[in-house]
Write a protein that binds this ligand. Structure first.
Ligand SMILES: [Zn+2]
Ligand SMILES: [Zn+2]
Length: 283
C-alpha cells in the first residue's frame, strides 16, 4: 500500500494499492491538471531525487522548502516560541535529514496550514512529530488523507500558544487562514499568509485571488472583508508562500492600500482604465 502524492499539487492521499483515479484539488477551478495528464509519485521516490533546504529567516523563524522545486513549490515555515513550535503550511517531502534538523530546532507542537493547496504530506509530518494539525472546518472536504491528527476549528479566530493565533480570512478558499506571530519582525509582528494574502512583485502591494494559476479574481466585498479583518491586527512583515515572497516592512499599510486599489480596479478607476472605459462607451 502506498500513500500516493499528486505531482501537480503535491497532495498526499490515503494509502491504496494503485494511484487514485483523479485529484479533486487539481480538477477544481483553482488548480489545473498538469500538461501530461494526472501524474502520481510517492514519498520514497520523492526522497530519492529531492531534498529539503532549511534556512533561518529571522530569530525564531526557519524556512523549509524542497529542492529542486516540487508541485506548487511553496516552502513551509517553522515558528519557535517559548511555549512550543508551529509548522506553518506544509510540503510534500519529509526525509530523515529534515526530521533531524527540525528536532534540533525543538520539533513541532502544532501544524497549521493556510489552505488545501499546502496540505501536502501533512499527515506524515504530524505523525513524525506527534503534532495536531489545525485546519479550518470549511475545508474538511479537501482533506484527502483523513487522520485523527487533523483538528478542525470553526469561527473567525483560533488561539494556539506563545501568542500565535490563526485568523480565518477566506477569499482564495472560504476557510483560508493566516497565522499572526506578534513576536516576529523584532516585536513589530509578522503575518504568515500562504497565498491567502499574496505577496507580489511590487513589495508595496499584495493581492487576493480566487485562483492564482488561472487568474480568477475575487469580488470586491470579499477583498474588503479580508482588509477589514486585518485592519486591527498589528504586523509589519508578511511572509508569503515562497522564499522570495516577503514584505520586509510596512506590511499592514500594504494590505490596506492593496485592497483599496483592487476594488478601484474592479470598478475601472485605476491607471488607464477610466480612459478605456470611456472609449468603450463611445464605440
Ligand atoms: Zn493534485
Ligand atoms: Zn493556493
Amino acid at each position: 500500500m502506498t500513500a500516493f502524492i499528486c505531482v501537480t499539487c503535491g497532495t498526499q492521499y490515503s494509502e491504496s494499492e494503485t494511484p487514485p483515479a483523479r485529484c479533486p484539488i487539481c480538477e477544481d477551478e483553482r488548480q489545473y491538471i498538469g500538461p501530461n495528464g494526472q501524474q502520481w509519485t510517492h514519498m520514497t521516490r520523492l526522497q530519492a531525487d529531492h531534498h529539503n533546504v532549511i534556512k533561518p529567516l529571522e530569530p525564531g523563524l526557519t524556512g523549509i522548502g524542497t529542492h529542486p522545486s516540487f508541485a506548487i513549490g511553496q516552502r513551509a515555515l517553522l515558528v519557535q516560541t517559548d511555549a512550543g513550535n508551529v509548522l506553518w503550511d506544509c510540503i510534500s517531502l519529509l526525509d530523515d535529514p529534515t526530521t533531524a534538523a527540525v528536532k534540533a530546532l525543538g520539533g513541532i507542537d502544532a501544524i497549521a496550514i493556510s489552505h488545501p493547496h499546502y496540505y501536502a504530506a501533512m499527515i506524515d509530518w504530524a505523525h513524525a512529530f506527534d503534532a495536531p494539525i489545525y485546519l479550518h472546518a470549511c475545508e474538511r472536504k479537501w482533506v484527502l488523507r483523513p487522520d485523527d491528527a487533523v483538528q478542525f476549528w470553526e469561527g473567525e479566530e483560533r488561539e494556539l500558544f506563545g501568542g500565535l493565533h490563526l485568523l480565518r480570512l477566506g477569499g482564495h478558499y472560504g476557510g483560508g487562514q493566516v497565522l499572526h506571530w506578534p513576536a516576529g519582525a523584532n516585536g513589530k509582528g509578522a503575518l504568515l499568509s500562504g497565498d491567502i494574502v499574496q505577496v507580489v512583485a511590487d513589495k508595496r502591494y499584495v493581492s487576493f485571488m480566487y485562483s492564482y494559476p488561472n487568474l480568477i479574481p475575487l469580488p470586491a466585498a470579499i477583498v474588503e472583508r479580508i482588509a477589514a479583518k486585518l485592519d486591527p491586527v498589528s504586523f509589519d512583515r508578511i511572509y508569503g508562500a515562497w522564499w522570495e515572497r516577503m514584505i520586509d516592512r510596512d506590511g499592514h499599510a500594504a494590505v490596506q492600500r492593496s485592497a483599496t486599489r483592487y476594488v478601484r480596479a474592479l470598478n475601472g478607476e485605476v491607471g488607464s482604465l477610466p480612459d478605456q472605459l470611456a472609449a468603450t462607451s463611445r464605440a
